[in-house]
Ligand binder design. Sequence first.
Ligand code: ARG
Length: 460
Amino acid sequence: MSRLDQSHHADFHRLNASLAFDRRLWPQDLAQSRAHARMLADRGILTSADRDALLAGLDAVERELSEERFAFEQGDEDIHMAIERRLTEIAGPVGGRLHTARSRNDQVATDLAMYARERARAAQTAIAALMSTLLARAEEHADWPMPGYTHLQRAQPVYLGHHLLAYFWMFARDHGRFAFAEHEAGRLPLGAGALAGVNFDIDRGQVARELGFRDVAANSIDAVSGRDFVLDYLGAAATCATHLSRLGAELVLWSSSEFGFCELPDEWSSGSSIMPQKKNPDAAELLRGKAPRMVGHLAAMHGVMHALPLAYNKDLQEDKEHLFDAVDTLELTLAAATGMLAGVSFRRERMREAASDELIAATDLADLLVRLGVPFREAHGAVAGLVRAALERGAKLSEMGADELAAHSSVLAAHASEVQATLSQSSWLESKVSEGGTSLERVREQLRAARETLDRARAG
Ligand code: ARG
């Protein structure tokens, strides 16, 4: 089998073997082997009888794997060697011909690129489902007022639809990042051999077409040593997970008694083992808690690639666990976010009540002064003084009398009825007429744009 005559130290085998995690690549490995065998026969490198024997053997191996009765052996180092061993047991010595014009180096890069491509596509589908749910919930709640926050302090009122759409756009960008990751995994490594190309007149284009690659990798050294398509997936996944964590964090806050803005669906919440009154937002907390691990996978993969001499090095085997865990975590958390959002019920009254805190109209009052000719900085100072005075005497802004207004701004005092109109709730929201703002007309415009973006994401 190799030039070494000693059997491996048991711990070396444990360190070196990747079968425990790369066995999930068996569908890609079989598809690749079939395409490779067909191409070799078409080029006259294998006979058609050999090809047919290999294809029949691969079918038998596939049945064992898909029915979960494939017997892995102690000595199987990785999925590629396990499949080849079993193929040779089933088909006889012809099994050994499959590796003609192929190295495990281009083989593993090809399996992984196929896998990354599929999962990048799956991520786009899952993100589109989340975008669709966000859009539906935003449409339903387009005109529900709630406080918008900065520093987690009530800042300016917005519509709930507007707030939900903020997430829609984040995930729309994530969708684009996964489309890019899919594109980047679209060049076929196979045919690069160990690193320099192979000694046979193969047809890489044929294999690429059969396996759905849009092109062949242009350089054999790059083909076996490049893993930036993994970095692209992980980068997209890390950003998406970070977005999910913000959504999760808000659901945790909003479902607390302190906020009381929403009630999470029972199927996405847990009870407490000791406190019977509790309903815990575990799924939302895990959206928050899983994000750093995704960023960790990205950082770790950069670490693996950093300063790695060309071409293949065993370090590259580390690509898989980072990618696989990121895929599993991302797909699960996207499904959880979509499920939770579909089932969450928002509390209109609680949100309205929080949004009717007049202090959050302070900016609007300052802007009223600006429209009346006062420079913004001066207006800001006058309103800040008025807010302080109102808080000191425990009054609302609308309860401040003419002399109190006059103490801070003669202009405000002279326009008391406009002050009152500005302090009525709907005016704070409806005055945000700028493009991308929270006025209902702008939100409706945004809903239309979001619908078009979703349709395009689904078509692409
Ligand atoms: N299990 C290996 C990996 O995942 C396959 C490639 C092995 N190639 C080699 N030259 N040892 O990277």
